[in-house]
Ligand binder design. Structure first.
Ligand code: C2O
Ligand code: CU
Ligand code: CU
Length: 528
């Protein structure tokens, strides 16, 4: 089964060479498209796709904040939600309509807010023309509710498979149950359909899922309107406002994958925050908490504030992917790879009223060098504080590990699997739902040694981990706290440590560059 799939992917990618992308103006980071040196496109692995549409001036569109989803019902232990995945129309570029595939037809999807220990049950209905799978990224979730890539929800309108996948499929809808036995954190949910995650997330299937708990609520951090989720991603637009993406089959029905020259990643030339291009937010001269999520397919960012504030640190990180830090960390810049989350406090008291502050992307160039703007428009009272101690964070030690596992993320040369394109591999293997790369006894603690050839943001389902080392030395400045995704550069090596608790079963780990993921850089581990 996996062989026929691999053959189809190979064939498909071949045929794409002869069928140039309609309507797209293709330009290349630094000469060699689809290359895999580490630093093309200023820090990202991938190739730039240029918009044919006119893009707006930065700072002209207000920042939208996704609506919080109301439960349909609640009882003593749980809240029950319904989301319909459907096509919707959005005015992303002023004056043009973009078709999005959204949760409830919007992009980003509605924000789900959960409480630690209280079950969240979400029924997803599929009114899209393609299969979907929903993954709660960062969720500590039983395998049948994790959105395994072949556990598909077929469209309500019916579906005829073009190739067979083994999996626990449902027709029209599926109920996902999340125990939420995990601490306060900024999670997100997104599509995870095997082979098509990149294009389906790109079309809009991503939303926030925030978790709160008592420990977090006892902290004097900014809340309410001053606690703002920021989903940052890049997109390219065709002349008519539609999303441009170099998919081999534009209806996302038959052939998976992207045109060969984009296999390193698709980079858009428009930067969106919460679905709006280079928006602005009016703020008072007080502290805000921003929950930064890099929801891009392939783009990495180095975020700085311009001008830098006077007398305070530009960013004080209070939480990482999977929860609060033990203690806050000051940063001049935030470097973020796809799927990572950084919760930061920005203190606008470091600016005088009337200042416009640009959130700059130092890895970008031209239009992509800017993300959004903050306009300090008023004075206000600030009762918040950043305490020295944020949570009860216990470092895991190497001595507590029962076993080790190695995972090498690389590109498989074409001659090892016959003629055709390169494929992305883990330990030399392309993804197959039937192969298990690591078997792990429940409740054991393991050290995984991850190595790369080019940039790969590596993500594990089920667990949260700590970074023990990077390139034989101390963890990097963005490795602190509980992580579920680690940003690995070219030829890097890191050790991570985690305990596989909670649920037995098969889960995936993969590169979160979505083009790499779709081009099979994924593997299974099984908790036994
Ligand atoms: Cu956010 Cu398996 O992914
Ligand atoms: Cu995940
Ligand atoms: Cu990768």
């Amino acid at each position: 089964m996996s062989m026929s799939r691999r053959d189809s992917l190979r064939l498909a990618t071949f045929s794409a060479v002869a069928a140039p992308l309609a309507g797209a103006v293709v330009s290349c980071g630094n000469g060699t498209g689809g290359n895999d040196s580490g630093n093309e496109n200023e820090g990202s692995t991938g190739r730039l796709l240029e918009s044919a549409a006119d893009l707006p001036e930065p700072g002209t569109v207000p920042l939208p904040v996704p609506p919080v989803l109301e439960p349909r019902s609640s009882d003593a232990e749980a809240d029950y939600y319904v989301i319909t995945q459907r096509s919707g129309e959005a005015e992303i570029l002023p004056g043009l309509i973009t078709e999005v595939w959204g949760y409830d037809g919007i992009f980003p999807g509605p924000t789900i807010v959960s409480r630690t220990g209280r079950r969240t049950v979400v029924e997803h209905r599929n009114d899209l023309p393609v299969p979907v799978a929903v993954h709660l990224h960062g969720g500590h979730t039983p395998p049948e509710h994790d959105g395994y890539p072949t556990d598909l929800i077929f469209p309500r309108s019916g579906w005829e498979s073009r190739y067979e996948l083994p999996g626990d499929t449902t027709e029209g809808s599926r109920v996902y149950e999340y125990p939420m036995n995990q601490p306060a954190a900024t999670l997100w949910y997104h599509d995870h359909r095997m082979d098509f995650t990149g294009p389906q997330v790109y079309k809009g299937l991503a939303g926030f899922h925030l978790v709160h708990d008592d420990e977090e609520e006892a902290l004097p951090l900014p809340t309410g309107d001053r606690d703002v989720p920021l989903m940052i991603c890049d997109r390219a637009f065709d002349e008519d406002g539609s999303f441009l993406y170099p998919a081999l089959s534009s209806d996302l029905v038959s052939e998976p994958g992207v045109a060969n020259q984009y296999m390193s990643g698709v980079l858009g030339d428009a930067i969106l925050v919460n679905g709006a291009p280079w928006p602005y937010l009016e703020v008072a001269d007080v502290r805000y908490r921003f929950r930064l999520l890099n929801a891009s397919n392939a783009r990495r960012y180095r975020l700085v504030l311009d001008p830098a504030p006077e007398g305070v640190a530009p960013f004080v990180q209070v939480a990482s992917d999977a929860g609060l830090l033990g203690a806050p960390i000051e940063h001049d810049a935030i470097v973020t790879a796809p799927a990572e989350r950084f919760d930061v406090i920005v203190d606008f008291s470091g600016y005088s009223v009337g200042t416009e502050v640009v959130l700059v992307n130092e890895f970008g160039e031209g239009r992509t060098a800017e993300v959004m703007r903050f306009r300090v428009t008023s004075e206000a009272r600030d009762d918040t504080e950043i305490p020295d101690r944020l949570s009860d964070f216990v470092p895991l030690t190497r001595e507590s590990a029962d076993a080790e596992h190695r995972a090498r993320f690389s590109r498989e040369a074409p001659n090892t699997h016959g003629p055709g394109p390169n494929l992305w591999t883990i330990n030399g293997q392309t993804f197959s739902p039937d192969t298990v790369d690591a078997r792990i006894p429940l409740d054991s603690t393991q050290v995984w040694r991850l190595t790369t050839n080019v940039h790969h943001p590596v993500h594990l389902h089920l667990v949260r981990f700590q970074v023990l080392s990077r390139n034989g030395g101390a963890p990097g400045p963005y490795d602190a706290g509980w992580k579920d995704t680690i940003d690995l550069g070219s030829e890097e090596e890191a050790e991570i440590i985690m305990t596989f608790s909670g649920y037995r079963g098969k889960f995936v780990y993969h590169c979160h560059n979505l083009e790499h993921e779709d081009m099979m850089m994924m593997a299974n581990f099984e908790v036994t």
